[in-house]
Structures are given as structure tokens and as C-alpha cells.
Design a protein around this ligand. Structure first.
Ligand SMILES: Cc1cc2nc3c(=O)[nH]c(=O)nc-3n(C[C@H](O)[C@H](O)[C@H](O)COP(=O)(O)OP(=O)(O)OC[C@H]3O[C@@H](n4cnc5c(N)ncnc54)[C@H](O)[C@@H]3O)c2cc1C
Length: 302
């Protein structure tokens, strides 16, 4: 979608919003798949209510992009614009056991920064790409932990109320890769309450998690992490592996040989290829095990 109306582009400038025309989502996502659209980069949280009112008034649909590491975006010209927060400097501030983190902060760097300040708990998230905002939205987790357990409060743009609000941790439900935020709420910043731990001990935990990832995931290839959620009491990866589907391909979309729940873009895969591969694997798992696998990857198609 192209925004060419000079009144809109002038209004963006006034709001401190940078317009990047015809951005390729293939370049902005870890899967390397996706068509093009205009990207609006937001400098100041306070401008968001006015920006969204402006987009709504002019019938411009939008979606929110974090680090693009959990997204499968459709091909061709996309019928919506992308919004993204610009990372401020500094993006993490520590006071006692509380880390105040901007949603645009890189998740991995946040984990290490907190570690250097003797704050632990998030070792499992090392190696999870993307932003802190994306991790909150998805309740990212690994190796028995999830970010939601450490959330003291979240500042967010509440789409329903059309204003910026602060929610306490206990007002939000964090479940397995699911949160109670409304689909068009926008995370702006978070206060995490983290346990004190000596840096050396945290580093040891980080090394163990890094090693586990390196030995089991196709880290050098383009992916969006796990494609499917694990159904209760079962492992999607194990079922796909047991069915002998590692290496199954549609075009350049391929089930990883290393981790059966990671689907990789082995070249120039299109969204159509990847969606066909997902549908084929889902159908075979359903036939063999009776589970209807739910996507963990967020799919945006027109
Ligand atoms: C190699 C690899 C390993 C991975 N390992 C794990 C893992 O172990 N555990 C795990 O949980 N995930 C894992 N993932 C998936 C992914 O990294 C996480 O889900 C991550 O938290 C997504 O963050 P993001 O900023 O990239 O979000 P995006 O992919 O940009 O967006 C994902 C969703 O969050 C929304 N969103 C993003 N930012 C905001 C915001 N500020 N406000 C509102 N909504 C927002 C988007 O609209 C979209 O709906 C892995 C991915 C890869 C590529």
C-alpha cells in the first residue's frame, strides 16, 4: 500500500513519524518472505493516538511490526501499512530489581544487559530474536520459562480506549504463546521484576541455553522459529519427525533437517510455498495423530 497524499505525509512529519515507502517485508523478517508496503517508523510514543486517529480517518489499514522474527507475510503489494517503534537510547534502565525496557529494545541485548546488572531469570530467552514488544505479545519463552512471569507492568496503546494506559502484571493473562492483549493493542514499554543473581551464574545458564539451541536448531537458515504450537501433552516437532517429514519441501520452503518444527526458506520461497507446506504437514499430522496443529507463527496474508 502506498501513501501518496501530501496532506498525510505532512501530518506524519509533524508527528515525528518517518515514512519509508515500498519497504520489502522479505528484508524485515527472519523468514525472508513477504511483499512490499509503506513502513511508518514512530519516534515518540505520545504521537501514537493521533497517528492512529489519522490512519483510521483516512481508511488506512495497519499492522504492527516488531523484529519480524515470528511472521509469515504474504507476497506482492500488501493492502496495509506497517507501523514500527524506533528504538530510543537508552532502551533499558535498571533500578533495584526492576528493569524498565522500551518495547523496541532487542530482546537478547536486554537479557545480557540485565545479566550484567546481576538480574537473572530470563536466561532461556537468549537466542530468541526480535524485540521486547514482540516477546510480550507472544509471551515468548523457552526451556521452562516465559517472559510473562516477570512482568510487573506494561505501558501500551489500548486500541479500544484509543489512549495510552498502564496495566499491572496481574491484569494481564500470559499463557503458552498467548496473551490477553487485544489484537490491535500496542506494547510500548514494560517493567520487569527480575531475581538478583550473580553475573557469573547467569552467564553459565546462558551458555547452557545457547548450546541447546546450537545443537538442535537450524540457526544459520532463514526461519521464524517453531511454526506450530505444541498441543497439550504432545510435541509438534516430534510428531512431524516421526512421520519422516524432515526435508519435505514445497518450492524453496522446507521442513528443517535439524528441527522438524522449524520450516526454513532455503532460497527464494514465497508465502504461497510456505503456506502450502504448512497445510500439507498439518493435514498429515491430523491424519496420523488426530491433532489439529495451531500456528505459532503469525500469518499475515491479504
Ligand atoms: C531462530 C528462532 C528461534 C526462536 N526461538 C523462539 C523461542 O525459543 N521461544 C519463542 O517464544 N519464540 C521463538 N522464536 C519466535 C520469535 O523470535 C518470538 O516470537 C519473538 O518474541 C517475536 O518478536 P518480534 O519482535 O520479532 O515480533 P514480530 O515477529 O515482529 O511480531 C510478532 C507478533 O507480535 C506483534 N508485535 C510485535 N511487537 C509488538 C508491539 N510492540 N506491540 C504489539 N504487538 C507487537 C506483531 O504485530 C505480531 O502479531 C524464534 C524465532 C527464530 C527465528
Amino acid at each position: 500500500m502506498r501513501i501518496e497524499d501530501p496532506r498525510l505525509t505532512a501530518a506524519f512529519r509533524e508527528l515525528g513519524v518517518e515514512l519509508r515507502p515500498s519497504t520489502s517485508l522479505a528484508d524485515e523478517t527472519s523468514l525472508g518472505i513477504g511483499g512490499t508496503t509503506d513502513l511508518l517508523r514512530i519516534q515518540k510514543h505520545e504521537s501514537i493516538p493521533d497517528l492512529l486517529a489519522l490512519l483510521d480517518k483516512n481508511h488506512v489499514p495497519h499492522k504492527f511490526l516488531g523484529g519480524g522474527s515470528n511472521l509469515l507475510v504474504g507476497d506482492g503489494e500488501l493492502p496495509w501499512v506497517m507501523l514500527q517503534l524506533v528504538r530510543p537510547e537508552p532502551d533499558v534502565q535498571i533500578e533495584g530489581n526492576i528493569a524498565s525496557v522500551d518495547a523496541a529494545a532487542d530482546l537478547g541485548r536486554t537479557v545480557t544487559f540485565c545479566a550484567k546488572n546481576d538480574l537473572g531469570g530470563m536466561e532461556g530467552l537468549i537466542g530468541v530474536p526480535g524485540t521486547v514488544g514482540g516477546a510480550l505479545r507472544m509471551n515468548a519463552g523457552a526451556y521452562g520459562m516465559q517472559i510473562g512471569s516477570y512482568v510487573r507492568e506494561v505501558k501500551l496503546y489500548r486500541a479500544a480506549a484509543r489512549r495510552i494506559e498502564t496495566l499491572r502484571g496481574e491484569q494481564i493473562s500470559f499463557e503458552y504463546r498467548h496473551t490477553s492483549f487485544a489484537p490491535d493493542d500496542m506494547m510500548l514499554s514494560v517493567k520487569l521484576e527480575l531475581p538478583s543473581k550473580p553475573f557469573r551464574e547467569i552467564l553459565q545458564g546462558i551458555r547452557i541455553c545457547n548450546e541447546k539451541r546450537r545443537s538442535s536448531q537450524p540457526l544459520g537458515q532463514k526461519s521464524a522459529g517453531c511454526i506450530f504450537k505444541n498441543p497439550p501433552g504432545a510435541s509438534a516437532g516430534r510428531m512431524i519427525d516421526e512421520l519422516g517429514l524432515k526435508g519435505l519441501s514445497v518450492g524453496d520452503a522446507r521442513v528443517s533437517d535439524r528441527h522438524a518444527n522449524f520450516f526454513v526458506n532455503a532460497g527464494k520461497a514465497s508465502a504461497k510455498d510456505m503456506l502450502a507446506l504448512i497445510a500439507s504437514v498439518r493435514q498429515r499430522v491430523h491424519k496420523a495423530y488426530g491433532f489439529d496443529l495451531e500456528n505459532e507463527v503469525v500469518v499475515w496474508t491479504a
